[in-house]
Design a protein around this ligand. Structure first.
Ligand code: NDP
Ligand code: PMR
Length: 385
């Protein structure tokens, strides 16, 4: 049984620039769970009719029309309390084919967001996750495993962006907050959940790490200073603690906007490194994406008010890169569930007609030796090596 209708697929490219200091820096300076017995599912992910009748809740059945039914997929989305994560949760939940685990640091905010978006109760569960604490990440993974749900798709979406911070702030474990949350927290989470995804009998298992155009210096947006650059990673190797090492990956002075863009480069590199290490062995699809410029989300909450006022019209009318939260949610939902987007190791983007295409990453964001180095340093920092 197909999961969802196939969407159109075409090849186009983002506008590329070799280099540009154009415009300079002015604004950016700175249910209870019922999947306790997995034997209810056969090898191909089909739920036996008999089991449906006796043990599976109505809400966790995709359909009841045949002898066998494809069970509901389980997707974890980090940072599903607002913006892209919430819109994706909504888009997937309303198909009735997905149960969304909203992995959020603010439980109440996530509950309220789910309710006000009209996501029905049986289609989501909020679970606490604070990516800026390795203890919290480990606790979340323990709680999820205890729930007995299979894991079919993990979406690493949450992020913080601190463009106006003069000084670095740090995670519970002492790492600069943007890279610590956006990259290290997700790296630990994904590593700890990989085995669960490998075990899943779902037809298409996926690990999706949200990237961005602004981490890609082969684009105009990626050339707005400060540009992403991991350098020789001496700061990362030193622990990003701002004491005996720099808080920046490249070892330079703290710059919140650059730290965010560097973290996105790490996200895109890690997707590819996961692909190289695990795709063949696990069959998991690893993917990243640029969902478009969702200029209205909470990501810009720390930016100056003038930026927040001008950024949406600038993106809508000038760059034309603007996309609504709703539309961005549909795009990410496609990467989660569209049968035509199963290729692994890919960075997806969308053209102006909202058709997906496989995009090119910048030289740095596709550098296999850098990916290996980020992986090796990161596994030490998160305590896995
Ligand atoms: P939002 O700020 O709306 O969403 C970010 C989410 O991350 C929020 O739910 C936030 O939780 C959560 N979060 C932040 N810190 C933590 C933490 N420590 N632990 C758990 N969750 C946390 O921004 P967007 O929706 O715009 O961003 C989503 C993703 O999209 C990010 O990866 C971003 O890089 C990417 N992106 C966004 C673009 C845009 O134009 N907006 C463009 C390209 C990529 P809370 O609600 O509690 O604050
Ligand atoms: Mg950018 C095609 C042009 C384009 C696109 C698609 C984006 C997306 N931006 C573009 C161009 C420009 N921006 C230009 C020409 C400028 C100079 C005026 C510019 C500036 C700018 C600033 C100051 N843009 C920004 C900022 C931010 O603070 C945002 C950022 O970098 O966040 C990390 C941002 C963004 N521009 C984008 C996108 C998608 C963002 C934000 C989100 C992100 O990458 O996650």
């Amino acid at each position: 049984m197909a999961l969802q209708a196939t969407s159109s697929f075409s090849i186009h490219r983002e506008v590329s620039l070799k280099d540009s200091s154009l415009f300079g820096v002015p604004l950016s300076t700175h249910l209870k769970v019922d999947f306790t017995n997995r034997k209810e599912f056969n090898q191909r992910g089909a739920l036996k009719t008999q089991a449906v009748a006796t043990t599976a809740p109505v809400a966790d059945r995709a359909s009841t029309d045949g002898k066998k039914t494809l069970r509901k997929g389980t997707v974890i989305i980090t940072g599903a309390s607002s913006g892209l994560g919430l819109a994706t949760a909504k888009s997937l939940a309303e198909t009735g084919k997905w149960h969304v685990i909203m992995a959020c640091r603010d439980f109440l905010k996530a509950e309220r967001a789910a309710k006000s978006s009209g996501i029905s109760k049986e289609n989501y569960t909020v679970m606490h996750l604070d990516l800026s604490s390795f203890d919290s990440v480990r606790q979340f993974v323990g709680n999820f495993k205890q729930s007995g749900r299979p894991l079919d798709v993990l979406v690493c979406n949450a992020a913080v962006y601190l463009p106006t911070a003069k000084e670095p702030t740090f995670t519970a474990d002492g790492f600069e907050l943007s890279v610590g949350t956006n990259h290290l927290g997700h790296f630990l989470l994904a590593r700890l959940l990989l085995h669960d995804m490998k075990k899943s009998d779902y037809p298409s298992k996926r690990l999706i790490i949200v990237g961005s155009i602004t981490g890609n210096t082969n684009t105009l947006a990626g050339n707005v200073p400060p540009k992403a650059n991991l350098g020789d990673m001496r700061g990362l190797a030193g622990g990003l603690n701002g004491l005996n090492s720099s808080a920046m990956i490249d070892g330079g002075h703290f710059d919140g906007a650059k730290a965010y863009k560097d973290s996105k480069v790490c996200n895109m590199l890690m997707m590819q490194e996961f692909h190289r290490r695990f795709h063949e062995e696990t069959g998991i699809t690893f993917a990243s994406l640029y969902p478009g410029c969702i200029a209205t989300t909470g990501l810009f909450r720390e930016h100056i008010p003038l930026f927040r006022l001008l950024f949406p019209p600038f993106q809508k009318y000038i760059t034309k890169g603007y996309v609504s939260e709703d539309e961005s949610g549909k795009r990410l939902a496609q990467v989660v569930s569209d049968p035509s987007l199963t290729k692994s190791g890919v960075y997806w983007s969308w053209n102006h007609n909202s058709a997906s295409f496989e995009n090119e990453l910048s030289e740095e964001a596709s550098d296999a030796s850098k990916a290996k180095k980020v992986w090796e340093i990161s596994e030490k920092l998160v305590g896995l090596a």
